[in-house]
Design a protein around this ligand. Sequence first.
Ligand SMILES: [Zn+2]
Length: 106
Amino acid sequence: MKMKTLKVNNTLGIQRQKHLPERTCVACRGSKGKRDLIRLVSSPAGIEIDPKGKKPGRGVYLCACSVCWERGLKSNRIELGLRSKMSAENRRSLVDYGRSLPGKED
Ligand SMILES: [Zn+2]
């Protein structure tokens, strides 16, 4: 008598995903965990960086890389997303901040 080996085809394993909050970068539209993105909020003083992501109000997110900051600041996606305008000085300080970030990590 032959013993049949039953092969269990278990390729459809269910992946348990942790529910990490994901946000979308306004420049590249990539969605990432909050930790990989930098939040920008509109405040009475203009558009400012919110490193801890705790400031109240509307926020948009950008990847922590110079490429996305440059792209996001060149277009008006940040202003559109925040429904707010930034002054030339405000923009310059954000551009400077973006330049201090590393390049695109892949
Ligand atoms: Zn991005």
